[in-house]
Design a binder for this molecule. Structure first.
Ligand code: PAF
Length: 286
């Protein structure tokens, strides 16, 4: 089936109602476009657990602060359509800013706790924008399941919180981060990197691998794990570390020592030149 592009919320809702009435299981993959193999893997995952797959494409102004890269965020609508269709999507929901935030729009969904740390420190309004737009994308597409990438780890926790707190009847699937052959996590923002910066950015996944190896060999001391991350990142001179930290993978708490049963997430955000990159990996006890 050829990909159908939908621009209006009302039209999307009608399609979703009809799909539901004919017994179809709807899967949604929310994106901001400039799709790459990471997105394709999310779309493909959605096809394996739903009958109708909707990719949403909306560069959400509400999750960018004034000093961030909204105006230069990369876009390529034709390519996005091709990638979405090839990966198995049936619908591409691509509303305008005016459609999503018409004059008079005044609602913000704000989630406490897990939003305050890490990304929340550097991007204090970001998760309000994410939670609000994801709730709107859910009411437009009426999915049974929604698929997100582990690449935005803290975002996945925020979305699970949103779904639990608002009793949304939507199952959330998290798919592993897709990496370039050299280890860099795929991201639409990688396009900002020069080839020199691309090579420098490989330090991120290397640092995380070292910390993963250390926890695997029994180290549960958070400060030591954090030092492993920082020391390896700082082998790069022009890096600006926003955070490089081990935390409880479910709560983002940062105990002095992790317990034997804790799942641990290593979270990294750095700036290389003017490009901000994030990455993470989760270590599970068994
Ligand atoms: O992860 C993203 O691309 C965005 O934060 C999302 C979930 C599509 C909301 O705009």
């Amino acid at each position: 089936m050829a990909l159908e592009v939908i621009r209006s919320i009302r039209a999307m809702q009608k399609i979703a109602d009809n799909l539901r009435m004919s017994g179809k299981h709807i899967g949604v993959v929310p994106t901001m476009g400039y799709l790459h193999d990471g997105h394709a893997s999310l779309i493909h995952a959605a096809t394996t657990v739903s009958d109708a797959v909707i990719v949403t494409l909306f560069v959400n102004p509400m999750q960018f602060a004034a000093n961030e890269d909204l105006s230069r965020y990369p876009r390529d609508f034709e390519k996005d359509c091709r990638i979405a269709e090839d990966a198995g999507a049936h619908f591409l929901f691509a509303p305008s800013v005016e459609e999503m935030y018409p004059k008079g729009f005044a609602t913000t969904i704000s989630i406490d706790g897990i939003t305050q740390k890490f990304e929340g420190v550097y991007r204090p309004t970001h998760f309000d924008g994410v939670a609000t737009v994801v709730a709107k994308l859910f009411t437009a597409t009426k999915p049974h399941i929604a698929v997100f990438g582990q690449k935005d780890y803290q975002q996945t926790l925020v979305i699970k919180r949103l779904v639990a707190d608002l009793n949304l009847d939507i199952e959330i699937y998290i798919q592993p981060t897709i990496r370039e052959p050299e280890g860099l996590a795929m991201s639409s923002r990688n396009v900002y990197l020069s080839s020199e910066q691309y090579n420098q950015a490989l330090v991120i996944s290397k640092a995380i691998t070292l910390a993963m190896n250390s926890v695997q060999s029994g180290n549960r001391n958070r400060e030591e794990l954090n030092s492993i991350l920082r020391i390896s990142l700082l082998t790069l001179e022009n890096i600006e570390i926003h955070y490089a930290a081990a935390a409880n993978a479910e709560t983002l708490e940062e105990p002095y020592m992790f317990s034997e049963n804790d799942s641990i997430v290593f979270l990294v955000a750095v700036k290389i030149g003017s490009t901000r990159l994030i990455d993470n990996a989760v270590w599970n006890p068994n």
